[in-house]
Design a protein around this ligand. Sequence first.
Ligand code: MUC
Ligand code: MG
Length: 367
Amino acid sequence: MKITRVEAIPYRIPYRKPLRFASGEVHAADHVLVRVHTDDGVVGVADAPPRPFTYGETQRGVVAVIEDLFAEQIVGTTLLERETVRARLERTVGNPVAKSAVDMAMWDALGRNLDLSVGDLLGGHTDRMRVSHMLGFETPEAMVDEAIRMRDTHGITVFKVKVGRRPVELDTAVVRALRDGLGDGIELYVDGNRGWTAAESARAMDEMADLGLTLAEELCPADDVVSRRWLVQRLGVPFVADESATTPAEVTREILGGSATAVSIKTARTGFTGSVRVHHLCEGLGVDVVMGNQIDGQLGTACTVAFGAAFASTSRRAGELSNFLDMSDDLLVEPLTIQDGELAVPPGPGLGVEIDPDKLAAYRIDR
Ligand code: MUC
Ligand code: MG
């Protein structure tokens, strides 16, 4: 179980259509595949999706921090020393996505070594999750068409709508068109990625009061401390902290400070070891959680569903598990499939997925 080598492989897979939201846009999956090798021949994998607009990481930066700093701190430890590895990586500030991929690749390797699934090692609550699809900025017609396609093809009935444009009517018109076009059988919630002020958010939420929204996420910046608390207090739905609550300490500050009433857990930024902490903290604080999407490919999505399905509270709400459908291709031998609005945890040891060597060779950009 001793780690002998850590690889960080940059690759690029274009999206069929870009995903646009208030803090940025993504045209290609410029990710890093992390592989952890052990002395008994086991290889664990995980994905690092750099998100400069959220954490400041870049693809080259992720490769560099893993190769230049993390690899030598990890090699020589065993797969059972995940807390030791975490403590060593935490000596470097920031770099959440790079750290998380290392952590999850270790969990994958541990599962393969023990012939147990990561989901069972983490909690074993269930083997699937309902899926929520994230709709990026487009015209109302295009967003309604996409939602109908997702419902008719994959049975998805939960949608997170990106908002945060100005004027707010650009977005409220979309949410209204979705409710009108798809009826009361769908669940709708909104994510502003800090695009609006608190006052704009309040006006938009008032305007959408009859649309039955279930959650509102990061509508305005957490740094607008007083006005955000004012907004959160006057809303009738939970306010989800996403990019403002990326560590247990940030979760504590946001929730106890009254700046959020629910938390998005993203394995891409807290790995499994850190996500367990966030999940337990939220349970202790008594706040709702959502399994969020870091615009993940299939490997990242396999990590999210493995973690989300492992616990009761993380599997209660639909998880954001479908945006890989917008990619032109992916790395897995056996693609993930969403059926009847659900994604099953891939069966098998570790994460239950295999990387296709031909696809990796075709998309890696380091040779
Ligand atoms: C989300 O939930 O915000 C877009 C930016 C980011 O950090 O994650 C995605 C989705
Ligand atoms: Mg979000």
